[in-house]
Structure formats: C-alpha cells, structure tokens
Design a protein. Structure first.
Length: 93
C-alpha cells in the first residue's frame, strides 16, 4: 500500500512583517494521509556585512524548518513506540 505525505514550506521575509532586521522565516507543515499535522520552524538573518542574496536566506530558513520538522517527527515516533512498549524510547538522529 502506498501513502503520500505532503510537506509544504511557506517563506516570509522581514519585508512581509515590517521588521527593521533582514530576516527570512520558514514554516514547514507535514500532513499525513490520516490527516495528522506536524509543524517545523526556521529562520535566517542577514549579516549586515554580507551581500543580500534572498535565495540563500530562503534556503537556510527552509533547511532549518525542515530539520525542526524532522526532529519533531522523530520525537512523535519515539513517543508512539514508548506507548506501545511501555518504556521510554529515544530514537537516534
């Protein structure tokens, strides 16, 4: 049986939120076939001495959001296994 899980990543720039600091934020959402949702968050800040290349900030914020999402998925999985095994389980990264 095949299942398809969907992941979406929304990116927000400091221009969108009116911040004086140049920040790109990312919000990643995983939706399973059963309708369960997990969210991850990431951000990237432009160093004032660096050249402004928006794509790099977007990539970094998205990568951090996806890493956060993956960590949350591992925690949810270990919690599910712990409930079945009736003992604390910690999955390696």
């Amino acid at each position: 049986m095949t299942h398809t899980w969907k992941v979406s990543v929304d990116l927000f720039s400091s221009d969108d939120v009116g911040s004086e600091e140049h920040v790109t934020a990312a919000h990643a959402v995983l939706t399973t076939t059963a309708g369960n949702r997990l969210e991850g968050f990431g951000r990237a800040r432009l160093n004032p001495t660096d050249r402004d290349v928006p794509e790099i900030g977007e990539e970094l914020a998205a990568a951090r959001a996806l890493r956060d999402l993956a960590d949350r998925l591992l925690r949810a999985t270990s919690d599910d296994i712990s409930q079945i095994e009736h003992q604390k389980v910690r999955l390696a990264r």
